[in-house]
Each structure stands twice: as structure tokens, then as C-alpha cells.
Write a protein that binds this ligand. Structure first.
Ligand SMILES: Cc1cc2nc3c(=O)[nH]c(=O)nc-3n(C[C@H](O)[C@H](O)[C@H](O)COP(=O)(O)OP(=O)(O)OC[C@H]3O[C@@H](n4cnc5c(N)ncnc54)[C@H](O)[C@@H]3O)c2cc1C
Length: 541
């Protein structure tokens, strides 16, 4: 069963060994396991529903359990709320539509009772996309997970149409059974959905080869309070602005995506993952930039800073294997400041071989040492398991959060330094923080920067929240000041809304606000995300 107050399936554990525990104590200090509230305690706090004239229990549930499960996402603030039971608002009901007509009916019902509507995919948002705010209007969350069918697969044009509630494993299972893949693998793959990917402009780990969701999303259907918008899956079009770009990143504000057509790829003939270690981050960054600018057919380049490399190796287990690796690297001149680069090669066997040779040759020119497939394959096998570490850390008394941006190559090194410095300087007195970073997605023009920070949970949930707010605020202000985007892949939600104007400008914000008014004149659709109160029309009444 899926955990109600943590990550993932409750049968999956991520135990840490003695070396990992010692590493954490050394990094941020001894922690105390928090006293979390039970589900029964939280269920007892849920107020009666405000939904009236219910259309039928099979479409909308007003039971406490689904209302609790849909109250929060996966941000650190969400975890603090769930673990402490301090949840100021719950959805008044959760709908589970099966068809487009059900969705249309639910939107009509929401209009009749003047409810706010929160479209919901897998609930994996990490920036407060799906959290109901307290307010006078009732809140109806519409969970799209039952709309998960493969409607059509066109193997001639390489297009597949799915219900927007399809989650990663189901979508890939449908495609793989027919010899295809979408190639979209966000780390939340197990639970996140196609509709959620589109609505948040998600990026999968192998986007270097397959593209981000905005290049995979070919079209679909959006049901909005103002009507229906169909987006045909043209391969390309010069017919004015591309309306798909309005839906991509719309975060539920314009309406509900009921189905989506995606661009698929035949399963690759060959795929392999390798790890290369560099003596330092400057050399490694230059090598990665050169590799990506050579436009080799890679599907993944993921470069860790020395601190992230150290942390990954310390938490990974496999102590004997890592000992052997470190000895081998030491002999080859790769010491304490080593940086790990993971490379994915995907495609026809000959192209993979050529790309591997070219990558390793370029890496070698910058001191890179090829550690072979073992570490690459291990990363690949465990890549959806890593988020389970959050549960283990929390139970030990450690909170962990991530933040991300993207910027051009000339700014990458400074941005990494400045974000990390901002986090270190925002730590409250007497506390320590452990910060590490990787470049998660690279482009010929620049890279995304993905920083993880870990600190001790306070005995008082408000104290933990204040620590997080101070850290997140300092890092976000730094990203804006240094000219990065406020999000490369997680989206805007509530947490990033105050920073959006810095990159969109006043005219851009007014255009976005105007568009939401056309699709949703009453400000009914997820009114608390993307645009803050200043730009929201009809906002959080
Ligand atoms: C452990 C972990 C790892 C993650 N790794 C990645 C990663 O590698 N890459 C990445 O990009 N993100 C990642 N994320 C963030 C998150 O998974 C993405 O934002 C994902 O796209 C959200 O999909 P979802 O289906 O869970 O959407 P939800 O969280 O349910 O919703 C997100 C937003 O989309 C809207 N929405 C959902 N479905 C629809 C629909 N059918 N129509 C209209 N609006 C809709 C919601 O209203 C909301 O605003 C990660 C999150 C976690 C917790």
C-alpha cells in the first residue's frame, strides 16, 4: 500500500549501514527520531464535507481516508504537515472519473456549488501544487488515476494516446509490450502520471536522448470551465503560437487534461550506463559541456560535485566494492575531490559503441577515468528506489529537500557555489546542514543544477518548517539574483510563485493571468498555484 505520510510503497525499505549512519552524524550531528502523529489522529481532525447535492458516491468520495490521502503532496512542507498532523485544510471530496464525460460532469457540478477544483495525478508534486488552502469555497480534488487506458497506438506515425491519469509503469508496460517506449523517466516514475508530467513540464532522467515532456507531448484534450480545447498531434505547425505550450506547465489552472498523445520511440537495440570519475568539478564540467555540444547520441549525462560523489558513495552500501574503486581511482590520480559522471548510451549498437568511445576519449582529455559499467548499471537499477531513503532519514530525525534551476554554461559554476553558500548561510544558530549538488540535465547551451540539502528535524514541527522556509527562501532568492530559472523541472506551484515575475516580467505575468481568466472565468481551477494573489483573478476566495 502507498504510504500516506511518506514516499512510496510501504513494503519497500531503504536501510542504512553503519558507515552511512556515521557519515550522517559527522555531517549534521546526532539526530532524534521525531514523534509523528498516527493516521487515526489526523483522520479525527478532518472537518465535515461542505459538498452538497452529491452526484453519487461512485464518482465522488467524501470519506475521511481519501480526503487525507489527497491533502498534501511530497514537498518537505507537506511532510512536516502530514507527520505533525498540522493540516489546515483538506479537500471536501475526491472524485475518481472514468471518462471524459465524467470530468465534464464534475466541472459542471463544481460550478453549481461554486467549488474550487484541484486536478490530481499521482500527487508527487514537490512544490505545493495540490494542497487545498483554507477558504470559504469547498474544494473538490479530481484524481485522474482511473483514466489510465491506452486509447490508440499508431505505429506508423509513432504516436500513442493515453488517458491522462496513466502512471509511468503502466504507460511503459503498454508501450514495451508493443516494442516502444516513451523514454520519460522522472525519479517519481512509479507514481507520477502523464497529465501531471505535462501540467508541470516534467523532465525525465534520460531527457538528453528522448527529450523533455514538452517535446514528447504531441497533443490532447483539455476540458476547461469555459469549454473544450483539442490539440491535434501535428508533427510541426506554423499556424500561429503553439497552444500546447499553454497547457504545458499550466499546473491545473486552465482545466483538466483528459487524454494526451505522446511521441514514442521503438525500443532501443542497445542501452548501457557507465560511470566516469574526474579529479575535480571544473575539469568534469568542461568535459561534460564538450560532450553535450558534440551532440553525441547519449540519453543521460549526470555529473555530481565532489560532495555529492562522497555522499553517494558513503550512503550506497557496497563498502568493499567502493573501497576497491577508491584505490583504483587514487592510483590514477583521482583523489578526494573526485566527481562522478553517469553516462547513458541508448540506440543502435554501433552508435552506442561510437558514442561511448567519443565520450571516454573526451573525458580522458580532462583527467576522467572510466570506472566501467558496474556503477552505472547499479545506479540504473536503483534509480527509483533512491527516494525511499527520505523515509529512512526522516525516521532517524533528518529532513531532506531538493531544489533545482537551470542556467547557461557561463553561469553554471558560480550558480552552484552561490546556491550552496546561500544554504550554508541560512542555517539557524547551532545547526548544521549538509549540501550537495549535481548537474541533472545538460544541453548544448547550459545545464540544470539540482541541489539536495539535509538537516536535523526540530522537536517542534514549526521549528522544522521555519528552518526549511529560511533555507528554501535563501536559495530561491539566490537563483533569481544569479539569473537562473526558478524551476527546471519541478514547476511553480505555491512555493515558487513569488519568484515567477522575476523571469516572466510584468507583461508576461499579465498575459498568463489573462489566459487563465479566459479558460476559467471564475478562478475555480487550482487558484492558489502558479500565479500568486497579485496576479490571480478570482483567487482564493
Ligand atoms: C521523489 C520524487 C522525485 C521526483 N523526480 C522528478 C524528476 O525526476 N523530474 C521531474 O520533472 N519531476 C520530478 N518530481 C516532481 C513530480 O513528480 C513531477 O512534478 C510530476 O510531473 C508530477 O506528476 P503527478 O502526476 O504526480 O502530478 P500531481 O502532483 O498530482 O500534480 C501536479 C500538478 O499537475 C496538475 N495536474 C495533474 N494532472 C493533471 C491533469 N490531468 N490535467 C491538468 N492538470 C493536472 C495538478 O493540478 C498539479 O498542479 C519528483 C517528485 C518526487 C516526490
Amino acid at each position: 500500500m502507498r504510504r500516506w505520510n511518506g514516499w512510496g510503497d510501504d513494503t519497500v525499505q531503504y536501510p542504512l549501514g553503519a558507515r552511512a549512519l556515521a557519515f550522517l552524524r559527522e555531517a549534521v550531528g546526532e539526530a532524534t527520531a521525531p514523534r509523528d502523529v498516527s493516521a487515526a489522529d489526523v483522520l479525527a481532525t478532518i472537518p465535515p464535507t461542505r459538498l452538497s447535492g452529491l452526484p453519487g458516491q461512485e464518482l465522488i468520495s467524501i470519506e475521511e481516508w481519501p480526503r487525507l490521502l489527497h491533502a498534501r503532496g511530497q514537498s518537505l512542507a507537506d511532510w512536516v504537515a502530514l507527520r505533525s498532523g498540522c493540516i489546515p485544510a483538506f479537500p471536501d471530496g475526491v472524485a475518481f472519473p472514468l471518462t471524459k464525460s465524467d470530468v465534464a460532469y464534475l466541472l459542471e457540478y463544481a460550478e453549481e456549488i461554486d467549488a474550487r477544483v484541484i486536478p490530481y495525478g499521482g500527487g508527487t508534486s514537490v512544490v505545493g501544487h495540490i494542497t487545498p488552502e483554507p477558504g470559504d469555497r469547498p474544494v473538490l480534488t479530481i484524481n485522474m488515476r482511473r483514466m489510465n487506458q491506452l486509447a490508440q497506438l499508431d505505429s506508423i506515425s509513432l504516436l500513442a494516446t493515453f488517458g491522462a491519469g496513466v502512471a509511468g509503469p503502466e504507460l511503459e508496460a503498454h508501450l514495451r509490450a508493443r516494442g516502444f517506449t516513451l523514454g520519460h523517466f522522472p525519479q517519481s516514475f512509479e507514481f507520477s502520471t502523464l497529465g501531471g508530467w505535462v501540467a508541470t513540464r516534467s523532465s525525465g532522467q534520460q531527457s538528453l536522448g528522448y527529450g523533455r515532456i514538452e517535446s514528447l507531448f504531441a497533443g490532447g484534450t483539455l476540458l476547461a470551465p469555459a469549454g473544450e480545447m483539442r490539440l491535434p498531434p501535428f508533427p510541426a505547425s506554423a499556424a500561429g503560437p503553439d497552444l500546447r505550450q499553454l497547457v504545458l506547465g499550466s499546473e491545473g489552472r486552465l482545466g483538466i487534461l483528459t487524454d494526451a498523445t505522446v511521441r514514442i520511440t521503438p525500443l532501443p537495440e542497445h542501452e548501457e550506463f557507465q560511470a566516469i570519475f574526474f579529479p575535480d568539478f571544473v575539469d568534469a564540467t568542461t568535459a561534460v559541456r564538450r560532450i553535450v555540444q558534440a551532440r553525441l547520441p547519449l540519453s543521460l549525462l549526470r555529473l555530481s560535485t565532489p560532495m555529492e560523489t562522497r555522499t553517494t558513495l558513503a550512503l550506497a552500501g557496497h563498502e568493499r566494492l567502493i573501497g576497491l574503486l577508491e584505490t583504483m581511482l587514487g592510483v590514477r590520480g583521482v583523489g578526494d575531490d573526485k566527481c562522478m559522471l553517469l553516462c547513458g548510451f541508448t540506440g543502435p549498437s554501433a552508435a552506442v559503441r561510437d558514442a561511448r568511445h567519443a565520450t571516454i576519449d573526451t573525458a580522458r582529455e580532462h583527467g576522467g577515468v572510466n570506472a566501467g559499467r558496474r556503477f552505472g548499471e547499479q545506479w540504473m537499477e536503483g534509480r527509483f528506489r533512491t527516494p525511499y531513503l527520505r523515509n529512512t532519514l526522516w525516521d532517524l530525525g533528518y529532513a531532506v529537500d531538493t531544489l533545482e534551476t537551470a542556467t547557461t554554461w557561463d553561469r553554471v559554476p558560480r550558480m552552484v557555489d552561490q546556491i550552496e553558500a546561500a544554504l550554508y548561510s541560512a542555517v539557524p544558530n547551532g545547526e548544521r546542514i549538509h549540501v550537495f549538488t549535481h548537474l541533472s540535465h545538460v544541453y548544448p547551451q547550459g545545464a540544470s543544477i539540482y541541489t539536495t540539502y539535509l538537516f536535523r528535524i526540530s522537536t517542534d514541527p514549526d521549528g522544522t518548517l521555519r528552518r526549511w522556509e529560511a533555507l528554501k527562501g535563501a536559495a530561491s532568492r539566490t537563483i533569481v539574483r544569479e539569473g537562473g530559472t526558478i524551476s527546471h523541472q519541478h514547476g511553480v506551484g505555491r512555493d515558487h510563485a513569488p519568484y515567477l515575475e522575476a523571469e516572466k516580467g510584468a507583461l508576461g505575468m499579465a498575459a498568463l493571468a489573462g489566459v487563465t481568466t479566459i479558460f476559467d472565468p471564475d478562478g475555480r481551477m487550482n487558484p492558489d498555484v502558479l500565479l500568486n494573489d497579485h496576479w490571480s483573478v478570482g483567487g482564493n476566495r
